[in-house]
Design a binder for this molecule. Structure first.
Ligand SMILES: [Fe+2]
Ligand SMILES: [Fe+2]
Length: 177
């Protein structure tokens, strides 16, 4: 409970910001981007506590790591590698973030950059130099990892469940026809 209260105190002015609240309108891994950011933020906060890092920086950068609106279909500038830059820009515009927090947000797609370096045929339009995405701090690696874990969890729980429901309804319709 003490941890949860401390965490709430860190993020309280951000979660109620009207521009940040707009993330509730953006779908992300079958959930909302607002909920995704909160999950990454809280997990990063807890993990950073375990590893004796700067949990405040982890909570804030975790919360703002996907602070952008829309998706690739609506806006070409939004891509796997470019959206961290947009998030940093928005984070600086609406909040007072420090250098470490900005770097954590900017490098949170390091996992994707590594995979793309290993398999360059994935999304050929985007060229990547993975070293540019290398986090500069312990918290940077933690937020990157927590983002990956939360994304896998959300995809399995929300997206797959949703698709399963659609398939079941479709099959049910076939049977009762
Ligand atoms: Fe992201
Ligand atoms: Fe994310």
């Amino acid at each position: 409970m003490k941890l949860k209260n401390e965490y709430r105190e860190i993020i309280k002015n951000m979660v109620d910001n009207e521009n940040f609240l707009l993330l509730k309108n953006d779908i992300h891994h079958g959930s909302t981007r607002y909920d995704h950011c909160k999950r990454v933020s809280y997990l990063s906060y807890l993990v950073t506590k375990m590893f004796k890092g700067n949990s405040k920086d982890a909570a804030i950068s975790g919360l703002l790591h996907d602070f952008f609106h829309g998706n690739t279909n609506e806006n070409e500038d939004i891509s796997y590698l470019n959206h961290p830059k947009i998030s940093v820009k928005n984070a600086k515009l609406y909040f007072d973030i420090n250098e470490n927090e900005a770097n954590i947000i900017e490098t949170h797609m390091y996992h994707y950059a590594l995979v793309k370096n290993a398999f360059p045929f994935i999304n050929k339009r985007e060229k990547v130099n993975a070293t540019k995405y290398k986090p500069k701090s312990k918290e940077g690696y933690i937020v990157c990892l927590c983002d990956l874990l939360v994304s896998i969890y959300e995809t399995l729980v929300f997206k797959v469940k949703y698709k399963m429901c659609l398939y079941i309804i479709f099959a049910f319709n076939l049977v009762i026809k």
